[in-house]
Design a protein. Structure first.
Length: 373
């Protein structure tokens, strides 16, 4: 069979794109080395923060707002809660570019962002021990996304429109042959008119087979769940992102007794995606507990479970969403640098528009590969 679209990587971005394309009548094949949802991509760990006043830069805000519209639409379609508005507290020194970007983008786009002093934060959330020179930027209608219902929902919706999902299909070779895309797995050869690569940490290697070298480094990251006191429970405490002198940390309140979840966003050791790096160890736990003891010192925390994941990092930590410069029938969305999941709904829409040569709903010029030339 000759597919209209073959998608390599059926994680958050790939399933979103597959749904959008199948809904538009395209014959779609989605291939993945594993069986999504799984723990080998960038969607495991149950939850992801979603915020719209964006500390990484104003260029993201229209993208984030479009993603919010599409998450709400998906929620209605599935009839399930996938976007929970717990609020997100961004916190750091007043001089922090991240915090200033949050405040500026909130003002520019008229978002519900409240600037808070250290004293106000400590009164509102009793567990916090924030330094006096730190400020907060609290976005009340931000919160978190539930990853598994999203991926399963996209897979079911895509299938309902005729898309095929083939898990356990590791790609061995990708080439352009006789004007079409040919993808060889261990047992089969698939052919398509166009190709979308959303293979996360493996995307760089796949595109290198097609003569394209991307500036992406895969790094090992860690996160954990900890038993936490009552002040840190959902409904009492928000999701959070802290830009501090000891690192950048993010986390979630204790959701349904699962524990407060926290991870470190910056640093990380380069790894090969097939090797994953060292499992979560005592040093990782100490790093997270060090942050908590300083900035959430009003609480008592005990490690429940720690895990590792992978970030696909670009040099500027911004996404790469583009066409292959020599083969416009090949598109890719990669290098999400640890902050991409919240955009998955809109990334899928953009990829479908690119593939079908439609006008883009959101301007992708900030995310083009040519910025590295």
């Amino acid at each position: 069979m000759l597919y209209d679209m073959i998608i390599l990587g059926a994680g958050s971005m790939g399933l979103s794109a597959g749904y959008q394309l199948a809904k538009k009548g395209q014959a779609v094949l989605m291939l993945d080395s594993y069986h999504p949802p799984h723990v080998h991509g960038s969607h495991h760990g149950e939850t992801r923060i979603i915020r719209h006043a964006y500390g990484e830069g104003e260029a993201y805000v229209p993208f984030a707002l479009r993603a919010r519209e599409l998450w709400k639409e998906l929620e209605r379609t599935l009839g399930k809660d996938i976007f929970l508005e717990t609020g997100v507290l961004n916190c750091g020194p007043e001089s922090s570019p991240f915090i200033q970007n949050v405040l500026k983008s909130g003002e520019t786009y008229d978002l519900h962002v409240e600037e808070l002093t250290s004293d106000v934060m400590k009164k509102r959330w009793s567990g916090l021990t924030v330094p006096a020179d730190y400020i907060g930027a609290y976005e009340k209608d931000a919160g978190y996304l539930r990853t598994d219902p999203i991926l399963k929902g996209y897979a079911e919706l895509a299938a309902s429109h005729g898309a095929e999902l083939a898990g356990g299909q590791r790609v061995e070779k990708v080439q352009i042959k006789e004007g079409n895309i040919e993808v060889k797995t261990q047992n089969e050869i698939h052919k398509g008119k166009k190709l979308i690569v959303t293979a996360g940490a493996w995307g760089k290697e796949l595109l290198s087979q097609l003569g394209l070298q991307l500036p992406i480094t895969v790094t090992r990251k860690t996160f954990a769940w900890l038993h936490a006191d009552e002040p840190f429970q959902e409904g009492r405490f928000p999701c959070f992102s802290f830009d501090t002198d000891i690192g950048t940390y993010y986390g979630f309140p204790d959701i349904n007794g699962t524990g407060l979840k926290i991870g470190r966003h910056d640093t990380g050791l380069p790894i090969h995606p097939d090797q994953k790096g060292a499992p979560f160890h005592d040093g990782d736990a100490e790093e997270l507990l060090s942050f908590l003891s300083r900035f959430m010192g009003g609480g008592t925390f005990q490690l429940r479970e720690g895990k590792t994941c992978m970030y696909s990092m670009t040099p500027d930590e911004d996404f790469i969403i583009d066409y292959h410069p020599e083969h416009p029938e090949i598109m890719f969305a990669l290098g999400f640098s640890g902050h991409g999941f919240k955009f998955a709904s809109a990334v899928g829409e953009v990829l479908s528009e690119m593939a079908m040569e439609k006008e883009l709903t959101v301007d992708m010029r900030p995310f083009r590969l040519s910025r590295f030339d």
